[in-house]
Design a protein around this ligand. Structure first.
Ligand code: NAD
Length: 353
């Protein structure tokens, strides 16, 4: 079944029930203006199907901005597999293979990779039936592996640009940075920040993360509900979406917000709330694009790792443009980043590689 939502403004939303598992597959194609709709596959248990549908639409729109702001020849897409709370390994693999066949039927209009709830190993299974439209497979299966290292590389570049803007130099040495969520990306980022000499603290709700980072690595732990008001130079959200809203923004004690989480603003007006408080916000879809750029560049465009690294590091330059445009027009950084993306979407298409 295909459905469109006027508010959403996307091209198509495909839905397919999977009676074998009770799951529903959503493939949202927001825009193919710059290339085939591409984005990760999220696997999650939702309270109801409308919540899953909404997530697919919203995330695919975010991908349109992400690719366009990065000047990358891909369009916005996202898949959501809304699954029951319990799924055996066998059921899960069966679902992934049927989902792969669905991708195959779309004949290259939708490309996908790993996202929250899926892994490179899952991409190997999907590509058994969905090849060649699947990226972030394991290296043993010809893929470029986990995206989080690339995402963290891009976030570090964005943090340096943000520090340059706020403090006059890009060095992270001695900078107080609070990381919310020491998971795949947050953990990689913390490793990079420690190597750069930053003064970091973190909050996480998962006992295993707390053990790994506080007990084994000696990193300062902040109770998750105190993370927002912990004084720091930069707050780096690397856990949940919607973390910045009318209630949380007044609690922040930082000069800038720059982290990996998707959809950090609960609503567009939150960008203005941050600006009113004099907090510099690195738009999430710009700073967290490293995984998408690095993995897709290597697997779909044949980039060697060094080229992928250079392209990911350009996130820093894109952010500089965002900050300069926001200043010159007196608009929020979120609005400036969207303008840059929209310019690409409405002007001559980027070279299709
Ligand atoms: P992850 O699940 O590996 O890590 C998330 C971490 O946040 C976990 O350790 C979890 O325990 C912790 N967490 C959850 N709720 C929390 C809370 N209330 N307070 C503190 N910590 C909390 O996920 P990830 O792959 O690292 O992704 C993190 C974020 O970055 C997500 O929003 C994701 O959409 C976004 N992102 C990830 C990538 C990527 O390459 N993985 C790329 C772009 C964006």
């Amino acid at each position: 079944m295909t459905s469109d939502s006027e508010d959403w403004g996307g091209e198509a939303l495909y839905e397919r029930a999977d009676p074998e598992t009770g799951a529903t597959i959503f493939i949202a194609m927001h825009s193919s203006r710059l290339g085939p709709a591409s984005g990760g596959t999220r696997m999650k248990t939702y309270p109801d199907l409308e919540a899953a549908r909404r997530d697919a639409r919203r995330l695919s729109e975010g991908m349109t901005y992400k690719w366009a702001a990065a000047g990358f020849p891909r369009g916005g897409g996202k898949a959501v597999l809304a699954v029951p709370a319990t799924l055996s390994d066998e059921e899960r693999d069966g679902l992934l293979r049927r989902y792969g066949s669905f991708i195959q039927e779309l004949g290259g209009r939708f490309w996908t990779g790993a996202d929250v709830g899926t892994s490179p190993r899952d991409m190997d299974v999907i590509s058994e039936t969905g090849a060649p439209y699947v990226f972030s497979r394991t290296p043993e299966h010809g893929g470029a592996g986990n995206s989080s290292t690339w995402t963290a590389l891009g976030v570090e570049a964005g943090l340096r640009t943000t520090c340059a803007r706020l403090f006059g130099e890009p060095s992270l040495s001695g900078r107080k940075i609070v990381v919310q969520g020491a998971g795949s990306v947050g953990g990689e980022l913390m490793t990079r920040l420690l190597a750069a000499g930053a003064d970091i603290a973190f909050g996480d709700v998962h006992p295993q993360s707390v053990r790994r980072w506080r007990d084994e690595r000696g990193v300062r732990f902040v109770e998750p509900d105190r993370v927002l008001e912990t004084p720091c130079d930069i707050f780096a959200p690397c856990a949940l979406g919607g973390v910045l809203d009318a209630a949380s923004i007044p609690r922040l004690r930082c000069r800038g917000v720059a982290g990996a989480a998707n959809n950090q603003l609960a609503e567009p007006g939150d960008a203005e709330r941050l600006r009113a408080r004099g907090i510099l916000y690195a738009p999430d879809f710009v700073i967290n694009a490293g995984g998408a750029i690095g993995i897709t560049g290597q697997e779909s465009l044949g980039w060697p790792a060094e080229k992928a690294r250079a392209e990911v590091l350009r996130i820093g330059e894109t952010l500089t443009r965002v900050y300069e445009l926001a200043d010159s027009l007196g608009i929020t950084t979120d609005a400036a980043a969207k303008r840059i993306a929209e310019e690409r979407l409405t002007s001559s298409p980027v070279e299709k590689r």
